[in-house]
Design a protein around this ligand. Structure first.
Ligand code: NAI
Length: 325
């Protein structure tokens, strides 16, 4: 059989971790013929809970699960890692300013970037889920100078999947009838879910909707604020859907896709300043992503993309000011 792939999950004892680890161990991340070794990174107070989750993973007797390691040491967790899923982060608590939030997360993503730089496998791929995801990815990347920059990505796939679901419901079509959906910008309320390049049955999705007010005043805010709506309804933030999106993101990066949304390092495409980690339409082949080129951006989309990118620029400047990058 194939050699086992080492997958490291940080924040493994959290609620996304609980929804994610079983999907990975069952083979849904990399494919039904790829054994995985799981490495769970947690902070000391959560190690016992991580051990409990590992006991349950054992109890599934997953044929593809080649081993589980649990640690609070980032160096050990990322030693030889092939796929790093950085889920654990410091949430914003009441009264916390953005600077405090960025600083607290810098304290997590800087050492993790350093540990990835020191020990990761040559083919390492990094997905940052923990918020603020784009900027946390930027911090980790800045501290891993020996790892190619394109290996650091952040997750906007949950937003992408939410957009697919909202559009399918509006038009009464299957999600599989929709192609070329794109989330642009930051994984935040400023993100821009784009229906002008999306297609339904080969036709423009915006034209199929034919309802500018819905697109502007319902669709975009519903997708952008869906996380808050889930908290309101469930009393807890999105977990299973976030884990599902993380599986989709890595699966498609490794196995290929014609079109999806990923936050990746900008090369200046579409006027997004070089070096920012911003969401784009991407296609993946041979384990590599590339930004879909040549799309025409109208004034409405331009304004939305620019607003979200401006927020990313501010976050980058703030972490620069704090000496985190
Ligand atoms: P949670 O609070 O249930 O779990 C987070 C876990 O991370 C905790 O077990 C905590 O002990 C651990 N942790 C904290 N610092 C750590 C460190 N330095 N190293 C390793 N582990 C550490 O949170 P949940 O619901 O699992 O969410 C995790 C993150 O994902 C949050 O930042 C959340 O905002 C983000 N998120 C991102 C989404 C996206 O679309 N990009 C969607 C949903 C959530």
């Amino acid at each position: 059989s194939k050699p086992a792939v080492k997958v490291t999950v940080t924040g493994a004892a959290g609620q996304i971790g609980y929804a994610l680890l079983f999907r990975i161990a069952s083979g849904q991340l990399l494919g039904p013929d790829v054994p995985v070794r799981l490495s769970l990174l947690e902070i000391p107070p959560a190690l016992k809970a991580a051990e409990g989750t590992a006991m349950e993973l054992d109890d599934c007797a997953f044929p593809l699960l080649a081993g589980i390691d649990i640690t609070d040491d980032a160096k050990r967790a990322f030693d030889g890692v092939n796929v790093a899923m950085l889920v654990g982060a410091r949430p914003r608590t009441k009264g916390m300013e953005r600077g405090d939030l960025l600083e607290a997360n810098g304290g997590i993503f800087k050492p993790q970037g350093e540990a990835i730089n020191a020990g990761a496998a040559d083919d390492v791929r990094v997905l940052v889920v923990g918020n603020p995801a784009n900027t946390n990815a930027l911090i980790a990347k800045a501290h891993a100078p020996d790892v190619p920059g394109e290996r650091f990505t952040a997750m906007t796939r949950l937003d992408h999947n939410r957009a697919l679901s909202q559009l399918a419901a509006k038009l009464g079509v299957a999600v599989t009838d929709i192609a070329k959906m794109t989330i642009w910008g930051n994984h935040s309320a400023t993100q821009y879910p784009d229906l002008f390049h999306a297609e339904v049955g080969g036709q423009s999705a915006a034209a199929a909707v034919n309802d500018d007010a819905w697109l502007r005043d319902t669709f975009i805010p519903t997708v952008a604020k869906r996380g808050a709506a889930i908290i309101e309804a469930r009393g807890a933030s999105s977990a299973a859907s976030a884990a599902n999106a993380a599986v989709d993101h890595v699966h498609d990066w490794v196995n290929g896709t014609d079109w999806t949304s990923m936050a990746v390092v900008s090369d200046g495409s579409y006027g997004v300043p070089e070096g920012l980690i911003s969401s784009f339409p991407v296609r993946c082949a041979d384990g590599k992503w590339e930004i879909v080129q040549g799309l025409e951006i109208d004034d409405f989309s331009r304004e939305k993309i620019d607003a979200s990118v401006a927020e990313l620029t501010e976050e980058r400047d703030a972490v620069r000011g704090l000496g985190l990058i």
